[in-house]
Design a binder for this molecule. Structure first.
Ligand SMILES: CC(C)(COP(=O)(O)OP(=O)(O)OC[C@H]1O[C@@H](n2cnc3c(N)ncnc32)[C@H](O)[C@@H]1OP(=O)(O)O)[C@@H](O)C(=O)NCCC(=O)NCCS
Length: 208
C-alpha cells in the first residue's frame, strides 16, 4: 500500500510542515484548494466543471491511491487545524513495460508558494519513488509558460526531455507548448546528461 507516513519539514521561515498521505478528513480542504487553483492559476489542465467536486467521488479517487502499490496522494499540512497548503498525486505506469515510469501533478495554494512547500512535496515523493520496487524514472508535464515551476523542477534535478508544440489548447487560437521533464531515482541507469535523485540521509525535518 502506498501510504507515506508523516514527515515533518521546517520551512526556511520556521513554519513546521507535515507531508503525509491524504486521508478522508483532508477531502473538503483539497476540493476547495482545487477550486481556488482552477480559478486563479493559468497553468491548470482541467476546468472547474471537470474537477471532481462531489466529496464522495473525490474521496473514492483519493483513497484509491492509498491502497494501490504504485500510487500515492500526498498533502502538505500546517498548523493544529491541518490547513492544506499543497498536494501532489503520483502514479506509476499500469503495464509491466511502463511500471518503471511514474508521473505526478502538484498544486500549492497561492499564499504558500515560494516558501518551500512544493520542494517538500516533490522531495518526499522522490524519496518514496527511490525506494519503490519498480519506479526508476519520475516524469512530469508542464505548460511551457509556467516559468517558475520549470525553474523549481530544474533546481531539483529534472531534465527537459521534449517539447510538444501547441499541445494544450486554452481557447480558440490560443495554444501552449507542453514541456516533458524527468528525473531518475535508481542509481546507475540514467542516460547521459540526466540526473539521479539522491535520498537525503535524514529526510525528516531538514530546512526546505
Ligand atoms: C509550481 C508550484 C507547485 C511550486 O510550489 P512552491 O511551493 O511555490 O515551490 P517552492 O517554494 O518549493 O519553490 C519555488 C521557489 O521558491 C524558492 N523558495 C523556497 N523556499 C523559499 C522560502 N522559504 N522563501 C523564499 N523562497 C523560497 C525556491 O528556491 C524556488 O525558487 P526558484 O523559483 O528560484 O526555483 C506552485 O507554484 C503552484 O502550485 N503553482 C500553480 C500550479 C502549478 O503550476 N502546478 C504545476 C503544474 S506543472
Amino acid at each position: 500500500m502506498a501510504i507515506i507516513s508523516p514527515i515533518t519539514r521546517t520551512l526556511r521561515d520556521g513554519t513546521r510542515l507535515v507531508v503525509r498521505s491524504a486521508d478522508e478528513a483532508d477531502a473538503p480542504g483539497l476540493i476547495a484548494l482545487n477550486e481556488r487553483m482552477t480559478r486563479t492559476s493559468p497553468h491548470m489542465l482541467r476546468d472547474l466543471e471537470e474537477q471532481d467536486r462531489d466529496p464522495a467521488e473525490f474521496c473514492r479517487v483519493m483513497l484509491a491511491h492509498n491502497v494501490h502499490p504504485g500510487k500515492a496522494f500526498l498533502v502538505a499540512v500546517v498548523g493544529a487545524g491541518g490547513e492544506c497548503a499543497g498536494r501532489l498525486a503520483v502514479r506509476c505506469g499500469q503495464w509491466r513495460r511502463l511500471a518503471h515510469r511514474a508521473e505526478f501533478g502538484i498544486s500549492v495554494d497561492q499564499p504558500w508558494r515560494g516558501r518551500g512547500v512544493g520542494s517538500a512535496l516533490i522531495s518526499t515523493m522522490l524519496d518514496w519513488a527511490a525506494a519503490h520496487p519498480t519506479i526508476e524514472k519520475v516524469c512530469l508535464s508542464c505548460f511551457a509558460t509556467n516559468v517558475g515551476a520549470r525553474r523549481l523542477y530544474e533546481r531539483l534535478g529534472f531534465i527537459e526531455e521534449a517539447v510538444f508544440p501547441k499541445h494544450i489548447r486554452q481557447g480558440p487560437g490560443q495554444y501552449v507548448d507542453d514541456v516533458q521533464m524527468a528525473i531518475w531515482v535508481k542509481a546507475g541507469i540514467a542516460p547521459e546528461g540526466h540526473t539521479t535523485w539522491t535520498v537525503a540521509p535524514s529526510a525528516s525535518d531538514g530546512p526546505m
